[in-house]
Design a protein around this ligand. Structure first.
Ligand code: COA
Length: 349
């Protein structure tokens, strides 16, 4: 049976380190509040005119491709996961293809926010298993810092997010004891606006749930962007933090257990869980609920912040580079985020 394996992995973090104290200079917050509620001490922000979502993804991809022992010309499919694309359209997949001088291969963008990498891994896995592609480049990259509200109004969101990129190359393997064992994807759009950025959007306001204050209805230039809305600066992400927290701590353990159960494995079989780095408190809650040891759960949000789609591959890459993942280890990747969408992947390294 063909399975897909991670043949190479890479990451890129912008050099600009932003500490909690740096944020206190522009908004009403404190180092203590941020550490207590999120675990985050610092994050990286992209540098304007140097880093974009695509350029950071390409830097991570170059490392992953080199570690896979192939060249960019061998890649036959690009999957690019991001919620912060360089352009509204086209996607970062084709921009990557151009930047890396790749041949005329397929490129797909995934807009699944925090679960984008896990969704991308699942898509790649299907294409490898059917034999359609042999060298898939999966990138997840985010530049949040260009679009956050750094005034006090946006502090519950802006202190959480950071920029960065991770990438993997997936290849087929015939070994039974290696590669992706299964992937599990879920979504529930009933609370879509609880973690959202609705504008600019062609239908902004039309689907607003009762839980979010409706945007004004007076159309502006044919779109539903109004002067009122611009004045309120409702062009920034919105998050009902407590609601996201409550849902995440239910759905993450569920989807991790789904993966273990399908493969008749137990939590004690896990060498490492790499959870989406949403908030250290969420990871700790999941760890405690599942009875996992500190060694079994990898966290790096303290110094990187929440990089949404990029967080899982960055954490996976860092854990591997630190020698914490060895051949044969059982690894679970799990993510939950906006949509809501969530998922897990179980793999034997
Ligand atoms: N600094 C200081 N105070 C802040 C603040 C900040 N950066 N952000 C919010 N506050 C204040 C609020 O204004 C509120 O003040 P009030 O009580 O006077 O109204 C108070 O802190 C509590 O706000 P609340 O939103 O209830 O805090 P919380 O304990 O739920 O923590 C989050 C907020 C965002 C840290 C938390 O809800 C969370 O982590 N949720 C999950 C979010 C997440 O993981 N998102 C990513 C998903 S992929």
């Amino acid at each position: 049976m063909i399975r897909s394996k991670i043949a190479g992995i890479g990451m890129y973090l912008p050099e600009n380190v932003v500490t909690n104290d740096d944020l206190t200079k522009v908004m009403d917050t404190t180092d203590e509040w941020i550490i207590e509620r999120t675990g985050i001490k610092e994050r990286r922000f992209a540098t304007r005119y140097k880093d974009t979502t695509t350029t950071m993804g390409v830097e991570a991809a170059k490392i992953a491709i080199e570690r896979a022992g192939i060249s960019s010309q061998d890649i036959d499919f690009i999957i690019f996961a991001t919620l912060s694309p360089d352009y509204f359209f086209p996607g970062c997949g084709v921009l990557t293809q151009r930047m890396m001088n790749m041949k005329e291969i397929a490129a797909l963008d995934i807009r699944n926010q925090c679960s984008g990498f896990v969704y991308g891994l699942s898509v790649a896995d299907q294409f490898i298993k059917t034999g359609m592609y042999k060298n898939i480049l999966l990138i997840a990259s985010e530049t949040h810092s260009y679009a956050l509200d750094f005034s006090t109004r946006g502090r519950n969101i802006s202190v959480i997010f950071g920029d960065g990129a991770g990438a993997v190359v997936l290849q087929p393997t015939m070994k039974n004891d290696q590669g992706v064992l299964s992937t599990h994807l879920h979504s529930d759009g009933s609370d879509a606006e609880l973690l959202s950025m609705m504008n600019p959007g062609f239908h902004a306001g039309r689907f607003v749930s009762a839980k979010k204050p409706p945007v004004p209805e007076k159309p502006y230039g044919g779109l539903f962007i109004t002067e009122d809305l611009l004045a309120k600066e409702d062009l920034y992400p919105y998050m009902d933090g407590p609601a996201v927290f409550k849902k995440a701590v239910i759905k993450l353990p569920e989807v991790i257990m789904e993966a273990l159960n399908q493969n008749q494995l137990k939590t004690s079989d896990l060498k490492m869980l790499i959870p989406h780095q949403a908030n250290l408190r969420i990871s700790q809650y999941v760890q405690q609920k599942m009875g996992l040891s500190d060694e079994q759960v990898y966290n790096n949000i303290q110094k990187i912040g929440n990089t949404t789609a990029a967080s899982v591959p960055i954490a996976l890459c860092e854990a591997w580079e630190d020698g914490k993942i060895q051949d044969g280890d059982l690894i679970c990747l799990a993510a939950f985020g906006s949509g809501f969408t969530w998922g897990s992947a179980l793999l034997r390294w």
